[in-house]
Design a protein around this ligand. Structure first.
Ligand code: 0O2
Length: 221
């Protein structure tokens, strides 16, 4: 009996995790569609690259324990919102906001929460725009809304965050003060670089990006 119950739970958990993979794939496809459209139809492409990651079952369960979340599928779906993660890296800060608007403005996307660490950086200097969005995934038994954490950032923000992440783990979360101070300075330098690059870009491209999308020969169909 125990074995039958165990198998059932294992299968349910696999289905649960699979729904997150599908949600992540839906969001990745949406961003890739925008990226390809910009690349081919517009003069300028605001999306540098897109990546996605699914938390491992171990790290989901570890977070369930850490957050004191009740271990039911419903509670986990409500409280652990970063099981599926998509990262969108843009050239400029204004592009991060622009792609955020384009994605969250889509009819089938619900925005659950937004954390703007660009306007309000974390004390360590971390900057990125985070959104928890919900996308419907159509399975054989009907649609399931799946939360996906989408991070929008610039190349400079991404460069900083990946180094900080490595240092954080290298020191097992106890980074020496001097190194923390250096990371803080590097974050300020990265923010300044973002500002300078955006200004230069505007000087060269003017207000290109404010233009409406190109009309097609079929009259916009
Ligand atoms: P990974 O390896 O990227 O998956 P919580 O997730 O509950 O601890 P919260 O407030 O729900 O925290 O999430 P928040 O602040 O929106 O941040 C979650 C994710 O943002 C992290 O996921 C990182 O990807 C990124 N992030 C947030 N703060 C930092 C930071 O200070 N440095 C770096 N490098 N990344 C950060 P994970 O699961 O921690 O990591």
């Amino acid at each position: 009996e125990f074995l039958a119950e165990f198998r059932q739970l294992r299968d349910e958990f696999s289905r649960f995790m699979l729904s997150y993979k599908f949600g992540m794939d839906e969001i990745t496809t949406k961003v890739r569609i925008l990226q390809e459209e910009f690349r081919t139809v517009h003069v300028y492409n605001p999306i540098e690259h897109v990546s996605a990651r699914l938390k491992t079952p171990e790290s989901v369960l570890e977070k369930v324990r850490r957050k004191g979340c009740e271990p039911t599928f419903e509670r986990i779906r409500e409280q652990i919102t970063d099981i599926a993660g998509v990262r969108v890296t843009c050239s400029f800060v204004s592009d991060a906001y622009r792609v955020f608007d384009l994605l969250t403005g889509q009819r089938d996307i619900d925005v659950v929460a937004v954390k703007d660490y660009i306007r309000h950086p974390k004390p360590n200097g971390y900057r990125s725009l985070h959104a928890i969005v919900q996308v419907p995934v159509f399975l054989s038994d009907g649609p399931t809304p799946v939360p996906v954490e989408v991070q929008f950032r610039t190349i400079a923000m991404d460069f900083w965050a990946s180094l900080e992440h490595k240092i954080y783990y290298k020191y097992d979360k106890h980074v020496p003060d001097a190194l923390l101070a250096n990371l803080g300075e590097a974050a300020t330098t990265a923010a300044k670089l973002d500002e300078d690059m955006e200004r230069l870009h505007r000087e060269v491209h003017g207000d290109d990006r404010q233009q409406p999308p190109l009309e097609t020969s079929t009259g916009g169909l």
